[in-house]
Design a protein around this ligand. Structure first.
Ligand code: CP
Length: 333
């Protein structure tokens, strides 16, 4: 006799998940609770087939390891099917409009997830255009502005580490050098806009050229003010790490230079010393943890000793991508 699944609330059924700012604190709490319940069920080997016979389309304009695979595995575990679409091999490559994609994919399935993160000014607008015409929920698998599945998993990981209340905890969101490619700005922007809402004091560190977009910066400031937390900016990585509970050191690109990657890369070589190593982790609290959304440029952004060391939480963080992604699908599809 199969165990009856606990009923999920219908409060966010049909809702898009495009940026965390579109969801109230209570709705995000619901996502975190469901993520945690689904994680327990997964660990206990209990089936969670909340979405039998449903289809989610995964529409990728960029590469992925965690996002694609957490969606595909997560959909299977919920009894659904995740259908992968590469932008390059779809008619989007010939200019098919987001409106038509939204209408057509809505008629074939039950949710549309999109990754479009490489060109500042494009990805978020594209997904909002799909969402305007879709009749099913649309999910942001990472755009130019936010990476809401990542930051939800990050928040879950921080609570697992420090408990439900994060008030008074300090997170250093700091740029780090990476020679591989211009990584999107959406993770640091997602962190600075979400974490002040959930009690964390945020310090953002980057070399002068690596500023984030104006609007997320203003939103982060406003959220810190509204929630009685702080949001500071520095160009000193040591200063950011000093006294931190969480060091989230990762690379991102320069908004104006995403179309000139060689120029950005050349400039970034001036800042090779922006590396998260054991010395910098020692500036943080003794109980501090290291986080990174991954993929990391090992021994450029962060040393192996930190990434594989006792303070690193990058693998539980990556694992939580599965549980949070399932929660969003189970509650909205
Ligand atoms: N963190 C993250 O989004 O990983 P992928 O780019 O591999 O999906």
């Amino acid at each position: 006799m199969p165990t009856r699944l606990p009923k999920l609330p219908n409060t966010v059924r049909g809702k898009d998940y495009l940026e965390t700012r579109d969801w109230t604190d209570q709705e995000i709490e619901r996502l975190l609770k469901t993520s945690s319940d689904l994680k327990k069920a997964f660990k206990a080997g209990r089936p969670t087939r909340y979405l039998p016979d449903k289809t989610v389309f995964l529409f990728f304009f960029d590469k992925s390891t965690r996002t694609r695979n957490s969606f595909e595995a997560g959909a299977t575990q919920l009894g659904a099917h995740a259908h992968f679409i590469s932008a390059e091999t779809s008619q989007a490559a010939h200019g098919e409009s987001p409106k038509d994609m939204g209408i057509i994919l809505s008629s074939y399935g039950h949710a549309i997830a999109i990754r479009h993160d490489l060109v500042p000014g494009e990805g978020n607008s594209y997904m909002r255009a799909v969402a305007e015409h879709a009749t099913v929920p649309v999910y942001n698998m990472q755009c130019d502005i936010d990476h809401p599945f990542q930051t939800l998993a990050d928040l879950m990981t921080m609570r697992e580490e420090f408990g439900r209340s994060l008030r008074g905890r300090r997170i250093a969101v700091t740029w780090a050098y990476a020679p591989s490619y211009a990584k999107p700005m959406s993770v640091p922007q997602g962190l600075i806009t979400l974490m002040p809402r959930f009690g964390l004091d945020v310090v953002l560190a980057h070399p002068p050229e690596w500023t984030l977009m104006k609007e997320p910066m203003a939103f982060a400031q406003a959220q810190a003010k509204a929630h009685g937390t702080s949001f500071e900016v520095t160009d000193d990585m040591d200063e950011a790490c000093r006294g931190a509970d969480i060091v989230y050191a990762k690379s991102w690109g320069i908004e104006e230079l995403f179309h000139k990657p060689e120029e950005a890369l050349k400039l970034s070589t001036r800042y090779k010393n922006w590396l998260c190593d054991e010395r910098r982790m020692k500036l943080a609290k003794k109980t501090a943890i290291y986080m990174h959304c991954l993929p990391a440029d090992r021994n450029h952004e962060v040393t192996d000793a930190v990434l594989d060391g006792p303070q690193s939480r990058v693998f539980p963080e990556a694992e939580n991508r599965l549980h949070t992604c399932k929660a969003v699908m189970a509650l909205t599809m």
